[in-house]
Design a protein around this ligand. Sequence first.
Ligand code: TYD
Ligand code: MG
Length: 467
Amino acid sequence: MARPASRFVCQSCAAVYGKWQGRCDSCSQWNTIAEDVTGHAGGAVPGSGEGRRIPLAPLAGTAGAPPRLTTGLAEFDRVSGGGLVAGSAILVGGDPGIGKSTLLMQVAGAVSHAAACVYISGEEAVDQVRMRAERLGLSGAPVQVAAATNIRDIAATFDAADTPRLLVVDSIQTMHLDSLESAPGTVSQVRAAADVLIRLAKRRGFSLILVGHVTKEGTIAGPRVLEHMVDTVLYFEGDRGHHFRILRAIKNRFGPTDEIGVFEMTGAGLVEVGNPSALFLAQHRDAVAGNAVFAAIEGTRPVLVEIQALVAAAAPGTPRRAVIGWDAGRLAMVLAVLEARCGISLAGRDVFLNVVGGLRVSEPAADLAVAAALISATLDDPVASSTIVIGEIGLSGEVRSVTQTGLRLREASKLGFGAAWIPARQAGSRDVDRADVPEMKIVEISRLRDLASLFGRAGGAIPETVR
Ligand code: TYD
Ligand code: MG
């Protein structure tokens, strides 16, 4: 028998090397490359001589929508594209301690009243799982639990006609296949274990949810190495300092991506947040210099967030630029345009920018709100608290139109915002549907200079209508 081949695999991105090196050329991470012994300790690789002819089918035909199992957790169902698809595999990734086990126990608990459901923990003993369920008020839910890590045992248990409809495996990094020589958690173990479970789910038609820890060090393989194998990839994100958590779809063969679900972590588990704007704007009341409200679009939903800027005298040397929840490069651009096109220079001052609540905003549509917050902070002149600001800024200082303005305005109007600063209509572009928000005072802004001119007027807060 051939000696098992040895190779070196990056535990972060799964790039393969012939020898060890300190830094992965592919993902630029340090110390993520580990030796990986391939080769099955006994199994033969099937040769092409043993193959069968595969049947080919025409593309045309009726497929229909896949049958789905709705969980009853509205936020989870929306992110997964309308519920769990039979025979599909979902990967839920996230930092350790963010709440993945809590979320999936709640999903299992919600599903269990309608369909048989099994939760396998490779990290906790059955009693610990029970204690969590009790804390979540789920001790009465008909979920079956097991503490197991051996994939062969799990496959033997569920390769039967009476499989559950949902199997949760928490976490894939603790599972191992005894026919492989590498340690649990390595790329080859994680992939092989996932492969067995995914094929089993397809064959038996149950929905599989795998938990994957995101790891900073390369000691165990991260969920990225599984992304291409599963049908749906969801990441559970959040900041330990904040209570809310966001479930985000990264890939979905059965639904849209970029959809988010918002939850709040409480003493009794995760509570769905149906109206995230209300959560993110919880403390937004009075007009304070440096604050501006932006209407973001997350997936299909508008979410209002408050952007705060603080401009302070800098100590000698390079001034500080600290950004939370937005892109630092984008801030540098807005600062440069403010200086070049409006003559507002913050070169010698510290600038702090924060998206309140810990949400990460990645849309360029937030540029104008960031600029408004910065100008407001610089001039100590607040934007009226009932105003929202949206628009993208170009390098020549022009304010560019953004997508879905109507949706953003409707959400703001619903939450009681009475005014909006938006990009000026471009010739030929479709007008914002103002009939939907007749009570809103709309200020159109075509250049960053026009935004700056709204500030610094006598008499406190900026009037809502400057036409
Ligand atoms: P957990 O689901 O174990 O995280 P993960 O599986 O992603 O590692 O959640 C861990 C944190 O959640 C833990 O710090 C405690 C907190 N938590 C609550 O605040 N409320 C609860 O009801 C539960 C079960 C956990
Ligand atoms: Mg866990």
